[in-house]
Write a protein that binds this ligand. Sequence first.
Ligand SMILES: [Zn+2]
Length: 103
Amino acid sequence: MSPPRSVLICGKRLKIKIKKLDDCHGQYVHDESTIYLSDDPGHAQEHWPTLLHEMVHACLAISGIAEVLGEKTEEAVCRSLEQLAPILALRPKNISKKYISKK
Ligand SMILES: [Zn+2]
């Protein structure tokens, strides 16, 4: 299943775009309110877990928590919470339409 075109995180609508990324599967760019996912066909299976990982980054940034965590701790938090990804990857239809959009 393709990733949504946008997600609602902490009340903020974020765009989701697929593009060429160097050496990573995904990236959250706070100033652009955008989560980028790699266009590498080999990464397509990882779009949902990567999206969850980047959504955690977005949540931490939007809430301001990322500023006090520091880069290493923020990444550790994201990696621990991304362990929820297999559940979402298997059952994306269970995610409320309020939070994801094809628009
Ligand atoms: Zn990360």
